[in-house]
Design a protein around this ligand. Structure first.
Ligand SMILES: Nc1ncnc2c1ncn2[C@@H]1O[C@H](COP(=O)(O)OP(=O)(O)OP(=O)(O)O)[C@@H](O)[C@H]1O
Ligand SMILES: [Mg+2]
Length: 492
């Protein structure tokens, strides 16, 4: 069978491959394809993942097959690029893929190696990913079961799959190779990264969030972190199905959103804050004008009347930065009925609290904290970052009167993500903000394999803001909050 047929393409057209045959000698240097089939009969796909803990010191992966295929793919890429002349920026399309199939077939034949069909297909995919995608990590980006990709230098690429971190078998050829991919990600956006300013935030064409940081700040090699954009954002029914919340908790939170309570979603990195904010924001009634403010647009609201604002990094000369804080201030002049702030990280917290206290209620945001009590402390610290020189007690009072509810999102050790607290902010008692848990996660047991058995339970306390819910026609039955009604079973 001809190589092109094996790749699923048409017949080769030798005239299209520009360089003379002499220029396409089988390689003899470090990037040479090996004389024997590099991945012959290998059962491990190049992008297979190896389960391991983050603390592994020894690299458990057999490097040879993967590295040989990588080197060979780069060797083929060099030849194809030479044949393309100045036309090196390729956009993925069926025509480009066909053109690459023909050139690949030609170069491969000249390399004079013989690989099994599966390896040839894999090699062609790697070549395409190199020329039209983001190199070795493209396979990981294509895999919908992977939610995060973390490149820690050329040799260690971690992924998050089903809530667990794993070391993948993917590698880059070198530090330069990683830099080349970073450049390919940020160049179309007019951004750059260099020794002078070695970090950058960007977004892939599909909306995935990317951060890259290179030496000298990244000590062990260029680092890329990609939070993949999930095409199908998790919906409230998904979160209930996963056991992240109970139907009662969902109904309670819907009532709180519709009744215009000010809600903070608190949680650690990657715990699911934005996902939950998205779910809560989708509870906002259709007829209200919503302004969303984000660092990098992640929210997907189903409502029609939504204005989406995104912060803007500084230009190359350092000017022109538009921060979340600027957008929060601006949004208040846009007649918002709801302001949804993707995440509060600094001084914008004070502007948000002031807005909530001056008639812009029903606002939603997230912040980084590990418990509802921590969330209060974090809001205090971030409000101080606004530089308004306010006494702590005044800031605390602003928090206590602005925020009605804190929803804590947690990623458990076994990878499950759950709402661990729904807590009412009741007000101040002396110097202290009074918090009352309404729902709480209780860890029941942990299996020898590490699987956590936990239950979400109401605490039995009805929130003090119940009359506000009732004013919006939500008459939640007492058993939602854990009250036992004679003859009726508890819902958990
Ligand atoms: N309840 C859940 N169950 C399962 N997966 C979830 C859940 N919530 C979020 N995820 C997944 O976890 C990943 C991280 O979610 P998300 O972006 O919402 O976290 P985050 O806390 O906002 O992260 P960051 O701190 O980086 O902003 C996503 O891939 C998302 O689809
Ligand atoms: Mg987030």
């Amino acid at each position: 069978m001809s190589l092109l047929k094996r790749l699923g393409g048409g017949s080769p057209q030798p005239a299209e491959v520009a360089p003379a045959a002499a220029a396409v000698r089988p390689p003899t240097t470090a990037v040479a394809p090996p004389p024997e089939p590099p991945v012959a009969a290998s059962a491990t796909p190049v992008h297979a993942v190896t389960s391991t803990s983050a603390a592994v010191v020894e690299d458990p992966r057999p490097p040879t097959d993967i590295q040989r295929m990588l080197e060979m793919s780069l060797w083929v890429v060099d030849r194809i690029q030479a044949s393309l002349g100045s036309q090196t920026e390729l956009k993925r399309s069926p025509e480009t893929e066909r053109m690459l199939q023909e050139r690949f077939a030609r170069v491969y034949q000249q390399a004079n190696v013989s690989l099994p069909d599966t390896a040839v297909k894999q090699l062609f995919t790697m070549v395409c990913d190199e020329l039209m995608g983001f190199g070795p990590i493209q396979q990981l980006l294509n895999d919908d079961s992977i939610s995060e990709v973390m490149v820690n230098g050329p040799n260690r690429i971690y992924i998050e799959q089903k809530g667990k971190l794993r070391l993948s078998d993917v590698r880059f050829a070198s530090e330069e190779h990683v830099l080349k991919v970073i450049d390919r990600i940020i160049r179309p956006l007019g951004r750059r990264v260099d020794r002078k300013w070695p970090m950058v935030d960007a977004r892939l064409p599909d909306g995935s969030r990317v951060n890259a940081i290179i030496p000298p700040c990244a000590i062990d090699g260029s680092t890329i972190t990609i939070r993949k954009f999930s095409k199908n954002k998790l919906k409230v029914d998904d979160l209930i199905r996963f056991g992240s919340m109970t139907p009662e908790m969902a109904e309670f939170m819907r009532a709180c959103v519709v009744s215009r309570l000010n809600i903070v979603v608190s949680g650690g990195t990657g715990s699911g804050k934005t996902t939950l904010l998205n779910v809560l924001s989708n509870f906002i009634p259709e007829d209200e004008r919503i302004v969303t403010i984000e660092d990098s647009a992640e929210l997907q609201l189903a409502q029609d009347h939504v204005v989406r604002l995104e912060a803007k990094p500084a230009e190359v000369d350092g000017s022109g930065r538009v921060a979340i804080r600027d957008l929060v201030i601006n949004s208040l002049r846009m007649r918002p009925e709801r302001v949804v702030i993707g995440e509060c990280r600094g001084g914008e917290t004070l502007d948000m609290l002031q807005a909530m206290n001056t008639g812009h209620d029903g606002s939603l945001t997230t912040l980084h904290a590990n418990t509802p009590r921590d969330a209060i402390a974090r809001m205090e610290t971030m409000s101080m970052m606004a530089g308004m020189d306010m006494p702590l007690k005044v800031i605390r009072e602003q928090i206590a009167s602005a925020i009605d509810l804190i929803v804590q999102q947690t990623r458990l050790d076994d990878g499950q993500r759950k709402v661990s607290y729904i807590t009412e902010v009741q007000g101040m008692e002396g110097e202290t903000v009074v918090l009352q848990d309404i729902f709480k996660l209780e860890i029941i047991s942990k299996s020898p394999e590490g699987k956590i058995n936990a239950e979400l339970r109401p605490t039995g306390v009805r929130p003090r803001f119940t009359p506000r819910l009732e004013a919006h026609n939500f008459r939640l039955p007492p058993n939602i909050f854990g009250a036992q009604i004679p003859g009726q079973k508890r819902s958990w």
